[in-house]
Write a protein of this length. Structure first.
Ligand code: FAD
Ligand code: NAD
Length: 478
């Protein structure tokens, strides 16, 4: 194997492997280094996303929603289901099979594109030298014209509740319980807490969520966050805001969590405790002091708008750099960097990266919130439309939530979309396209939306911006 490449990418997650494929498509000799091995002793490709993130969590979200439907919601459709049983081992086996298929797919794609996969933990040194410590303890040194750092992130631990992999687990542990915990504690009511808390709640666990902040989903549009909170509470998630965890005592049978809440010292006994308080960039041992790369006080690699680090020919993408920790954001950074290495002036429009919480219903957003825009002094128009008034939502029995669209008061250009409700992720994706084309709400008003579809809520919200929604009494025209 050659030891010199046009591009070496460190990390095979959605940022790294997508960057590798694009580099190879552009004719660059490309290698990816991956430190993790799978059960067969081969490099475990796909990173957090495919192995312990997006994909396995969505597999469990879909399985658990089917169980919840069978156990409750089908009755209102006139469908009786008897003797429902739950086979957690089968559910987990299905999840693992999906992960295996997708990671195998990445392996096949890298091979097809002629990307070299190197196994081992990589460390960037000076002048784009990459030292890889193999499983056999032998270190090999490679070099490249360009090095792309894509080492991803790992869960943050908190001192009062250190994970032990048994009673107290992080998101990875919470994807692999072998039985439904009767009493489940979740520290952190963020994205992971809500998704994995929902999985186990649907399967029968009593879930208590201890969230340090006083506000629920503080980065979301306030109206959508409030509506989501109501929906999740109705579903049975016991969300305690402003709860400060002070300790966790593990015994053979349970874990007792103490916390300060509403001015009192409280405690709760759980069978399992998930700690989901955020993730941090995996940059501790990624490069040497003379590599020319530097990080901020939280460990994120400094990059410019195009993901170039301060070291010539060294780039960084995905969870290790500023911005949202999302698979699709990292992948598109990977494509941008590949194009730039190849000499094109590629850019990424960070203003239109969608974010989604895959609860039921989903919560999704793109662009700025009403509160952020108003605090910036932007004059805006707002239109909201409830799913309750959408025929398709009624037919599906999925009437909770709303679509909210925000546009500039003068130009009418769409500045944000915020949705909680059925198919929220796909509806927001429509607005991603609209925003990328600099569309106005008038453009959406003039388009024909199929009937009956959930998309009609987008059309009606666009009409509502000008006080002319058809299927509801409009708020005063603005
Ligand atoms: P990673 O996916 O973390 O990949 C980095 C890779 O680099 C890893 O394979 C690692 O082993 C390897 N590596 C690290 N250091 C070295 C080294 N020194 N040498 C060699 N290899 C190294 N995002 C979404 O967009 N949608 C979702 O639905 C979603 N769900 C999630 C659910 C969960 C439970 C979690 C935990 C995360 C979820 N995310 C989701 C976030 C998403 O997984 C991450 O944003 C994404 O994986 C980041 O991609 P990345 O390539 O930057 O890093
Ligand atoms: P998060 O930032 O979404 O939520 C963490 C929550 O924990 C916050 O609400 C925070 O206030 C709270 N918190 C922090 N310290 C606490 C403490 N000591 N006690 C109680 N609460 C505390 O982080 P996450 O849920 O761990 O997810 C990590 C990242 O993974 C996310 O930022 C997201 O980018 C990514 N992710 C995305 C998806 C998706 O796109 N659907 C799914 C899962 C994860």
């Amino acid at each position: 194997m050659s030891s010199h490449f046009d591009v070496i990418i460190i990390g095979s997650g959605p940022a790294g492997y997508v960057c590798a494929i694009r580099c190879a498509q552009l004719g660059l000799s490309t290698a990816v280094v991956e430190q993790n091995n799978n059960a067969k002793g081969q490099p475990e490709l796909g990173g957090t996303c495919l192995n312990v993130g997006c994909i396995p969590s969505k597999a469990l979200l879909d399985s658990s929603q089917r169980y919840a439907d069978a156990a409750g919601h089908l009755a209102e459709h006139g469908i009786g289901v008897k003797d429902i049983s739950l086979d957690i081992a089968a559910m987990m086996a299905r999840k693992e099979k999906i992960v295996g298929q997708l990671t195998g797919g990445v392996s096949g794609l890298l091979k097809h594109n002629g990307v070299t996969v190197i196994s081992g933990a990589a460390r960037l040194g000076a002048n784009r030298q990459v030292e890889v410590a193999g499983d056999d303890g032998v270190a090999n040194v490679y070099s490249a014209e360009n090095v792309v750092l894509a080492a991803g992130s790992e869960p943050i631990e908190i001192p009062p509740a250190p994970t032990d992999g048994e009673r107290i687990v992080d998101s990875t542990g919470a994807l692999s319980f072998d039985a439904v915990p009767e009493r489940l504690g979740v520290i952190g009511a963020g994205v992971i807490g809500l998704e994995l808390g929902s999985v186990w709640a649907r399967l029968g666990a009593d879930v208590i969520m201890l969230e340090a902040m006083d506000a629920f989903l503080p980065n979301m549009d306030v109206e959508i966050a409030k509506e989501s909170e109501k929906i999740f509470r109705r579903q049975g998630l016991d969300i305690r805001l402003g709860a400060r965890v002070t300790g966790a005592e593990v015994t053979a049978e349970c874990v007792t969590v103490s916390y300060a809440f509403e001015g009192e010292e409280k405690s709760e006994v759980f069978d399992k405790l998930i700690v989901a308080v955020g993730r941090r960039p995996r940059t501790d041992k990624l490069f040497s002091a003379d590599s020319g790369v530097s990080v901020d006080e939280r460990g994120f690699v400094f990059v410019n708008d195009h993901c170039a680090t301060e070291a010539p020919g060294v780039w960084a993408i995905g969870d290790i750099v500023r911005g949202l920790m999302l698979a699709h954001k990292g992948s598109e950074e990977g494509v941008m960097v590949a194009e730039r290495i190849h000499g094109k002036a590629a850019q990424l429009n960070y203003e239109v990266v969608p974010s989604i919480i895959y609860t039921h219903p989903e919560v999704a957003a793109v662009g700025k919130t009403e509160q952020a825009l108003r605090s910036e002094g932007v004059d805006i128009k707002v239109g909201t439309f409830p799913f309750m008034a959408i025929g398709r939502a009624q037919a599906a029995g999925e009437t909770e939530g709303m679509v909210k669209l925000i546009s500039d008061a003068e130009s009418d250009q769409i500045l944000g979309a915020h949705v909680v409700g059925p198919s929220a992720a796909d509806l927001v994706q429509q607005i991603v396209i609209a925003m990328e084309m600099a569309a106005s709400t008038e453009d959406l008003q003039l388009m024909v939306f199929g009937h009956p579809t959930m998309s009609e809520a987008v059309h009606e919200a666009a009409l509502a911006v000008d006080g002319r929604a058809v299927h509801m009494a409009n708020r005063a025209k603005r």
